[in-house]
Design a protein around this ligand. Structure first.
Ligand code: CP
Length: 326
């Protein structure tokens, strides 16, 4: 177990070492058990977390807010549009001032080329931890909940387990690519063989791909990229299929939609699940475009773990907050 996380930021998935992530998971399971047994765990009594949102959220807001309350503290929900940010508050001012009011600053900012820089500039100016509630590059707290869920379903020894991170069709909007990027960075550290599947226009960021290859090499796991969802799903232990925008190809929503619409058959359906192992699990961070990105029979079916996965957001984030903000 690694200690020494007090005061640390979590912006990129690799900000914490593998051993530090394991510590977060150990604490998360302990807190999960305590909550299940109604045992008090007010580790952050009188502490306050600022939750600054530049983009909508259901699970992230709910789980951070509930988590802080369960840890004996409080979370302040702040929407960027009701602040003075648009009238001139800079990242440095926000980091310095909020660092004096709060014990942690959590931010969601997914604007392309802006969000991650914003978080890092706030962190530079802040005396308290900055936690990434999703930027355009990473979604580290989602990924912690994901690895927690996979371990609960598949056991601690994940070596040689095949994880498919697949693009899926969606019609709603061009979704960020932070979830697949976080997954390909973190999962090799836990011994999983990762297969990334996407149509050609849906490439991930080159430097993230390079880092994922490095992690796979370092942890002696396999990392491959294919452009066929059926091929990817063969013999899978985990099928994590979600949409992201063709953001390395275009940022124009209309052009992006035309590209997305070419791939309507990239849907997580019973036929795709049948290609996986008998005990394959289906994962999605939610919200999903039902009947488009995934069929009801899959997301509500016996292989789906999406509700356990959503629950684990709460416990994983409590682990991070307890270790960084206490
Ligand atoms: N998975 C996730 O981050 O959900 P929200 O966008 O609802 O927070």
């Amino acid at each position: 177990m690694q200690t020494g996380l007090r005061g640390r930021d979590l912006i990129s998935d690799l900000d914490f070492t593998k051993e530090e992530v394991e510590t977060v998971l150990d604490v998360a399971w302990d807190l999960k058990k305590k909550r299940a047994m109604s045992q008090e765990h007010a580790i952050l009594r009188d502490k306050v977390l600022a939750m600054l949102f530049f983009f909508s959220s259901t699970r992230t807001r709910g789980s951070f807010e509930a988590g802080m309350a369960q840890l004996g503290g409080h979370a302040a929900f702040i929407e960027s549009r009701t602040t003075q940010i648009s009238h001139g508050d800079t990242e440095k001012e926000l980091g310095d001032i909020f660092g004096r009011y709060f014990d942690g600053i959590a931010i969601r900012h997914v604007d392309w080329g802006i969000g991650n820089k914003y978080l890092n500039l706030v962190a530079e100016a802040s005396r308290v931890p900055v936690l990434n509630m999703q930027c355009e590059i990473y979604h580290p707290h989602q990924c912690l909940a994901d690895i927690m869920t996979i371990i609960e379903k598949k056991g601690r020894d994940l070596r040689k387990k095949k994880m498919v991170v697949s693009w899926a069709y969606a019609a709603s909007y061009l979704k960020p690519m932070s979830v697949p990027q976080s997954l390909i960075l973190q999962m090799p550290r836990f011994g999983m063989d990762v297969t990334l599947a996407h149509p050609p226009e849906f490439k991930l960021m080159p430097d993230i791909m390079e880092q994922a290859q490095e992690q796979a090499k370092k942890f002696n796991t396999n990392f491959e990229v294919v452009d066929d969802m059926d091929e990817a799903c063969k013999d899978a232990d985990v099928i994590y299929a979600k949409s992201w925008g063709p953001l390395m190809t275009t940022h124009d929503p209309d052009e992006g939609k035309v590209i997305q619409d070419k791939y309507e058959d990239w849907i997580a359906d019973d036929a795709k699940m049948a290609l996986g192992k008998e005990d394959v699990i289906y994962m999605h961070p939610l919200p999903a475009d039902r009947k488009i990105e995934v069929t009801d029979s899959v997301i509500d079916g016996p292989h789906s773990v999406v509700f356990d996965q959503a629950e684990n957001r709460l416990h994983a984030q409590k682990g991070v907050m307890a270790l960084t903000m206490s």
